[in-house]
Design a protein around this ligand. Structure first.
Ligand code: SF4
Length: 536
């Protein structure tokens, strides 16, 4: 049964003409699927619908072919032909009563148009700013272009309606999205009625929302996503100016979707950002508007969520990563199963997947983006095969997950660990600076395993091949992990480094075992993830 303290999270909430069944709001987030793997993306959103979210959004959807962000893989709504693919998405989102939302983006100065080869159009003539380094120049929108752009947004809104969506999010955050480019002095150098004063810079978004209300506003909610601070001081759209903007336009969208900074700022890893890290930037904005607010902050604790609502900071609990790590987060809170929540650890492996234009993946939820192709479900395992038992060797993240999954399927599982604790590398790395949240990988699985009567764990159990065979298990899983190399071979160096034999050479494993270097230290990092920085 649900703890009554969390009842407030399950109140229905209006967003313009539509009503969300609760306050759990999956904000738009990328997933590497997009137009290339729409069935995979649709199934992923469907698992969130089943998990109880009140609002579920797509990722960024390019609304016109004159602005696209190749090589990144997002969604496209360029023409009517794209509607069936998106209808598949909205159908999945709505299967369990959630509102379905589409995020419309016109990328302006962020869209290099490497696919369409169209000359990009931006608020002011500027070189394209994106993650790729191709030297592409955008020309400034003239008045006819602005009229066309308004018309294209209306067309996209009508297509979104035809595709079955309940909500439209206009993207003007993270440096992406033409609305931010108009609002920010950093990207708006115009001297006409669309540039200069804040009122002028806000003209375009006012026009588009008015146009869209005329077209679809009686049936669809229109939300506006802006960053709480562009994080480049007064040169950009600062938090102070965001507040002025909201106050001057208090009823502009049906809901304010408040993201933060650049995409990297908004999705800060747990090493640098705690849960609810944006609270100070959001606090007080509620008093400037009569419309509801959603904000993000890697929320996984229902108590923190309730605090955000009761303090009047937020109306909806916005989640991207927590909804990836546990698509059933709302349902687990609703059913009083807090201990079963698979909390996001803030490692940003999901972000890495998207940035490499591949299907995204999640450290905590191995089923993410495999719901369609592999038929994996975040909460239900396939049924057991004809054999009955399994030996798992190694209690690191992979061994623990294998044990949990096999036990869930009904096998009798023996887990053999050479050491004395569960968690493997995570049990060690959680003690490194800033990485304590990573311990959730072990904690979640340790708890789940502890609830199973068909799992036996054995510590101090280093096994060789002979003893493994002697035990006679029908299935054996080897999950003994990997160690850091000490010879320097990595991405750039394919042969071992020549080193002075007298020079102490330590790996991360040595340091975690307690070795401490003295004197001057050089850290050689050819891994390029977190370990070099954490060691420093
Ligand atoms: Fe992303 Fe890591 Fe959280 Fe999964 S656990 S959603 S990979 S940050």
């Amino acid at each position: 049964m649900r703890d009554p303290r969390y009842d407030i999270l399950f109140e229905p909430m209006k967003i313009g003409p539509v009503t969300a069944k609760n306050r759990f709001y999956q904000v738009p987030h990328c997933n590497g699927g997009g137009y290339r793997d729409p069935s995979a993306a649709a199934a992923m959103r469907g698992s969130k619908a089943e998990g109880g979210w009140g609002v579920i959004f797509t990722e960024q959807t390019e609304m016109h072919h004159t602005s696209e962000i190749t090589p990144f893989i997002e969604l496209r709504l360029w023409e009517d032909k794209d509607i069936p693919m998106l209808r598949k998405m909205s159908d999945k989102m709505k299967e369990h009563g959630a509102l379905s939302g589409i995020q419309l983006a016109y990328s302006g100065v962020n869209g290099p148009n490497l696919y369409t080869k169209e000359v990009p159009m931006a608020v002011s003539a500027q070189p394209i700013r994106t993650f790729t380094n191709d030297p592409v120049q955008a020309r400034a929108l003239d008045k006819t272009d602005i009229k066309n752009l308004r018309r294209w947004f209306v067309n996209a809104a009508k297509r979104s309606q035809n595709a079955g969506f309940d909500l439209i999010c206009l993207y003007g955050a993270h440096g992406f999205g033409i609305f931010q480019h108009f609002l920010s002095r950093a990207t708006n150098h115009r001297t006409d009625e669309y540039g200069g004063s804040l009122e002028n810079r806000a003209r375009f978004v006012n026009e588009v929302i008015a146009d869209m209300r005329d077209a679809v506003g009686d049936t669809m909610g229109i939300t506006l996503r802006v960053s709480l601070d562009e994080t480049i001081g007064d040169l950009g759209f600062s938090n102070a100016e965001v507040r002025d903007f909201v106050e001057m336009n208090r009823d502009l969208p049906d809901l304010w979707d408040l993201a933060q900074g650049t995409w990297e700022d908004c999705s800060g890893p747990s090493r640098f950002k705690d849960e609810g890290a944006q609270e100070q930037l959001v606090r007080g904005i509620h008093e400037l508007t009569d419309k509801p607010i959603v904000g993000v902050g890697r929320f996984t604790s229902p108590d923190v969520m309730v605090k955000m609502i009761k303090s009047g900071t937020l109306d909806f609990i916005g989640c991207a990563r927590p909804s990836i790590a546990d698509p059933f987060l709302p349902k687990k809170i609703d059913e009083g199963r807090i201990e079963d929540i698979r909390e996001c650890i803030g490692c940003n492996i999901c972000v890495t997947g998207d940035m490499t234009m591949s299907i995204s993946r999640c450290t905590q939820n191995p089923t993410f983006m495999e719901e369609w192709r592999k038929g994996w479900h975040p909460e239900r395992m396939n049924t057991k095969g004809p054999s009955s038992n399994a030996l798992v060797i190694g209690a690191g993240p992979a061994g623990l997950e294998a044990t949990r999954a096999l036990a869930e399927r009904g096998y009798d599982v023996a887990l053999a660990e050479a050491g004395t604790v569960l968690g493997g590398r995570v049990a060690r790395e959680r003690h490194l600076p800033g990485l304590s949240a990573w311990g959730r990988v072990a904690d979640y699985r340790e708890y789940q395993i502890s609830q199973k009567s068909n799992v036996e764990s054995y510590f101090d159990s280093e096994l060789d091949a002979e003893s493994i065979l002697e035990f006679g298990f029908e299935n054996v899983c080897i999950a003994t992990g990997a160690k850091w190399r000490r010879d320097g071979v990595s991405r750039q160096h394919v042969v071992p480094f020549p080193t002075d034999a007298a020079m102490p050479l330590l790996t991360p494993d040595d340091l975690m075992d307690g070795a401490s270097p003295s004197g001057h230290v050089v850290i050689f990092d050819d891994d390029h993830y977190y370990m070099g920085g954490v060691m420093a």
